[in-house]
Ligand binder design. Structure first.
Ligand code: COA
Length: 183
């Protein structure tokens, strides 16, 4: 119902349980592209799996926790951003993102993440936003850099995928480092 214009042809809006079929169709386009880089539970194979992801986020949002937002380009769901964790009491959150391959390289994700950071810092008074990615995920690290995040460290061999334990980078941004409105 409510959406934020990212530009003329793209909008950001809550991704909810009633989007399950649309989310499943999108996942069919995105699955192989995102599989190496995101949590396994997010990479579902059918409408029931898609609905379960959306319900999981809805339940966490009801407790003021994680939240999920879709990006629609020309009214087609092409990806999204999320608070993978949101800890209002402790003052920190973690932000994540994904796109189907046809929507990559168009500048959709950075402004969408900026909107989440703005809300977390300016509206909710959080102090710290984190970004976790596989150390070899250059496109994801580039988003963290564009947001003005600092690479704080590497959790060595913390990301098992495909029989290999990959390093995981932890990036973060403090509220005092953020210019309202984004980079
Ligand atoms: C990570 C991911 C979401 C980044 O997407 P992205 O499209 O590279 O990021 P942005 O939306 O910020 O777009 C920036 C790119 O758009 C380009 N671009 C095109 N038009 C643009 C515009 N009008 N404004 C800004 N950038 C624009 C930029 O040049 C940049 O491309 P480049 O890096 O090739 O120079 C995407 O690679 C992805 O889905 N990967 C798989 C899943 C994943 O890794 N998720 C993150 C897990 S930690």
């Amino acid at each position: 119902m409510f959406s934020l214009a990212l530009r003329d042809d793209a909008r950001l809006a809550p991704l909810e349980v009633w989007h399950a079929e649309e989310f499943a169709d999108h996942m069919d386009r995105a699955r192989e592209h995102i599989r190496p880089w995101v949590g396994a539970a997010f990479v579902t194979t059918d409408v029931d799996g898609a609905r379960a992801t959306l319900a999981r986020y809805a339940e966490r949002q009801a407790r003021d926790g994680a939240r999920l937002y879709g990006i629609w380009r020309d009214d087609v769901l092409v990806g999204g951003v999320m608070f993978t964790d949101f800890q209002a009491g402790a003052g920190w959150c973690e932000i994540g993102c994904w796109l189907e391959p046809g929507a990559e390289g168009q500048g959709l994700i950075t402004p969408a993440c900026s909107a989440l950071v703005d809300w977390a810092f300016a509206r909710r008074g959080l102090h710290r936003a984190e970004w976790h990615c596989r150390a070899d995920n250059q496109r994801s690290a580039a988003v963290a850099k564009r947001l003005g995040m600092t690479l704080e460290g590497v959790r060595r061999e913390a990301w098992p995928y495909g029989g290999t334990r990959h390093d995981k980078q932890v990036w973060a941004l403090l509220a005092t480092e953020w210019t309202p409105g984004g980079p």
